[in-house]
Design a protein around this ligand. Structure first.
Ligand code: ACM
Ligand code: ZN
Length: 510
């Protein structure tokens, strides 16, 4: 009974993520005064065995009739406590009692794709406000891709001058029209970019909320905008001509390393994050097979397989970033062509890359497209705006456990949802795809392993979505969610096989 209560009581509060422990007392608090104290013996004892990252965010919240006492080791712990209190106030009731809390993982993140559609400062600040409320601590910004480069470079100004504006707000319209980039003042120009000053402002805004921004500078694939702005980083044919607007940059050319190392230096000046994301996914390697510079590089390095060029580029960039005191994160492809163990691997093609990387001693961030791709449908195709992938409902996201059997949990930094924006041309739509599904990431990243309760979580998520909606967020409305999405099954077949009826029905009980 005592064991059961220790699991159920933290869920009763309505907080997302659910706290580690809650001891209730009778009545509610008017929260007239909030006092911050050093850690008590109780908190020290409860957190003695925790890893540093978790203790740093730990807090104890004693909620009295009028007075609330926060205990924590760090300003970050105090901040997390304040956000718990803020949630309870927003939910309309601050029950008395004692909350003890700390995170399971050190990386609780969201990725936003700024290239396929440009969001701007207000949007990112607004999302970070919600992220802070939910105890997220990582915002990964995908700052460049074929559809546009989004951060001004002093040394390479054409990256944004030539590719930050295009015709076609929807990525697919731009693609259909043959990828037209235009000048900023073209009457049909869509796009934008961030200045270094704006990015610094955003970094400071994030830091105030104990969020780290991880910038991503993608290479060598997804790079049509780079090869358009600076053709010297594209592959070269025997006759001296360049591959125009090539998907991949050329790992045979020194101009490529000059550009990326210079840009990364600028980026590292702006973003203080320990980790710098360098992409690394989906290189087509098409132009490499036909390029004189790539051929020369292969001969010099004694390579026999074209894929070794990807490993060459990633290792050189990894060493460069490490020489500046930072470490790289790369999508799981980078594992396949050889990279030092200091590289963090982000598993996206399901969990297999994460498992392999973990077994090889790499730290990993789990963001498998099987569970946490937020450009995927969150409900039936017939009722949702165009999206992609399989049904990825709130319940499905919530079912994800980042540490697969056999994995070394100490090397799992955490998890992250990715919001790719080929289908998401506006900020309103981006919000709709993020919330409330991101609640499930927040809880999986923070709350103890084995504490999941899908039905109870859904109730808490309903209340929390209303908190966000009241604050002006355009969330998906769980009240419109169909039976299929609510069930967590992904197909009509699985739903029917479980003996359930009316998958497209929408219950009205809430
Ligand atoms: C990815 O989704 N291509 C990392
Ligand atoms: Zn080449």
């Amino acid at each position: 009974m005592k064991f059961l209560l220790s699991i159920l009581l933290p869920l009763m509060l309505g907080l997302i993520p659910a706290p580690v422990d809650y001891k209730p007392a009778k009545g509610s608090s008017s929260v007239d005064r909030v006092v911050v104290r050093k850690p008590s013996r109780v908190l020290k004892k409860a957190t003695a065995e925790l890893p540093d990252f978790s203790r740093n965010e730990a807090y104890r919240l004693r909620i009295g009739r009028r007075r609330v006492v926060i205990e924590a080791y760090t300003p970050e712990g105090v901040f997390r406590a304040r956000k718990s209190l803020e949630q309870l106030q927003a939910l309309g009731n601050v029950p008395r009692g004692i909350i003890l809390d700390y995170p399971r993982f050190r990386h609780r993140g969201l990725m936003i794709d700024e290239s396929r559609s440009f969001k701007g400062m207000d949007f990112l600040k607004k999302q970070m406000d919600a992220m802070a409320l939910l105890k997220f601590n990582i915002l990964h910004l995908h700052l460049d891709d074929s559809a546009g480069w989004r951060i001004e470079s002093e040394a390479y100004p054409l990256l944004t001058e030539k590719t930050a504006w295009r015709i076609g707000q929807l990525y697919w319209d731009w693609e259909k029209n043959g990828y037209p980039f235009v000048d900023k003042d073209h009457p049909q120009a869509y796009g934008g970019c961030y200045s270094p000053a704006e990015m610094r402002e955003l970094v400071a805004y994030a830091a105030e909320r104990h969020i780290t921004i991880i910038p991503e500078i993608e290479m060598p694939g997804h790079s049509m905008e780079v090869t358009t702005a600076y053709p010297e980083v594209a592959c070269q044919r025997e006759d001296g001509t360049r591959f125009k607007g090539a998907w991949d940059v050329c790992p045979g050319s020194e101009a490529t390393f000059q550009l990326f190392e210079t840009v990364l230096s600028e980026v590292m000046d702006i973003f203080p994050s320990e980790y710098i994301h360098i992409g690394g996914d989906e290189a087509s390697m098409y132009s490499w097979t036909k390029c004189v510079n790539c051929r020369r590089r292969m001969e010099e390095e004694g390579f026999t397989d074209i894929r070794q060029l990807q490993g060459y580029l990633v290792r050189r960039i990894e060493a460069f970033v490490r020489s500046r005191g930072r470490q790289i994160i790369g999508w799981d492809e980078i594992l396949e062509t050889g990279v030092p163990q200091t590289a963090v691997i982000q598993s996206w093609r399901g969990v297999s890359g994460g498992k392999k990387a973990n077994a090889a001693g790499h730290k990993v961030v789990m963001s498998p497209n099987s569970h946490v791709y937020f450009d995927y449908y969150q409900d039936l195709i017939r009722k949702e705006p165009p999206a992609c992938g399989e049904l990825t409902s709130l319940r499905h996201v919530y079912s994800y456990e980042p540490v697969a059997p056999g994995m070394d949990e100490s090397l799992v930094l955490g998890l992250q949802a990715n919001l790719w924006c080929e289908y998401i041309p506006t900020c309103e739509h981006a919000e709709y795809m993020l919330w409330p599904r991101a609640f499930a990431i927040a809880e999986t990243g923070w709350s103890p392993a084995g504490s999941k309760d899908p039905d109870g979580f859904r109730k808490r998520a309903l209340a929390m979505q209303d908190v966000l909606r009241a604050a002006g967020y355009n969330t998906f409305d769980l009240r419109t969610e169909t039976n299929l999405a609510r069930s967590g099954y992904r197909t009509f077949e699985d739903y029917a096989a479980a003996g359930l009826e009316d998958p497209a029905g929408i219950p009205t009980e809430e």
